[in-house]
Design a protein around this ligand. Structure first.
Ligand code: ZN
Length: 205
């Protein structure tokens, strides 16, 4: 296993400002990149003891920087947005789920819907259930808007799976997802998923 450095650990590196090998101390600094333009907060870097220039970026910090870059790229280049209109009774169900799980409703609804999209992208059986539940009752007007940003990968996989099951529009998809979540929380049909939802609710509070 690679060594994990911590704040105030020391090392040595060649400093171009001091033009010699100098001692370094590992400290937290914000790290800025130009392409893509982003800032990673509090990254552990090796700083020259003489001139305070950042000389080394240890592997653990590099991992964080790379992950931040990947996440930023995924957001800007390939993110997808699910836009749906749902009847007001489903919107109320979404709020009821959050209330039952004692979660903050807005933030939790987004995390939960992403989780259900991910379940759907992994299981044709689950996607079939979402399709059955997406059927709208006669006379219910789609008055509420639900907008959800998801990663490009999840967006592509989930929409492909949904389409394979005959769910062709995003409003139907979201109706099915909300209904499935409501069933999972208010009946005992999937204790595993219900347990995951409870964890997600705790994590978003
Ligand atoms: Zn220096």
């Amino acid at each position: 296993m690679k060594q994990v450095l911590k704040e105030h650990d020391t090392g040595a590196a060649l400093c171009r400002t001091c033009r010699k090998q100098t001692k370094t101390t590992y400290l937290y600094r914000d790290f800025s990149l130009t392409t893509p333009k982003l800032r990673v907060r509090r990254v552990l870097v090796g700083v020259c003891d003489v001139c305070q220039r950042t000389l080394t970026v240890p592997w653990q910090s590099n991992e964080r920087i790379q992950a931040t870059v990947r996440a930023a790229r995924a957001r800007t280049e390939t993110s997808g947005r699910i836009e749906a209109r749902v009847p007001s009774d489903l919107y109320e169900r979404l709020r009821l789920i959050a209330a039952r799980l004692e979660a903050r409703d807005e933030a939790f609804a987004h995390v939960m819907l992403r989780f259900y999209l991910s379940q759907l992208s992994r299981s044709a059986k689950f996607a079939g259930r979402v399709r059955r539940l997406s059927v709208v009752r006669e006379g219910s007007r789609a008055s509420q808007r639900v907008s959800l940003r998801v990663s490009g990968k999840l967006y592509d996989q989930a929409l492909k799976q949904a389409q394979a099951q005959g769910v062709t529009d995003q409003s139907a998809l979201v109706r099915g997802l909300i209904s499935a979540a409501y069933e999972d929380v208010f009946t005992d049909c999937s204790p595993q998923r219900r347990a995951v939802l409870e964890c997600l609710a705790d994590a978003t509070n």
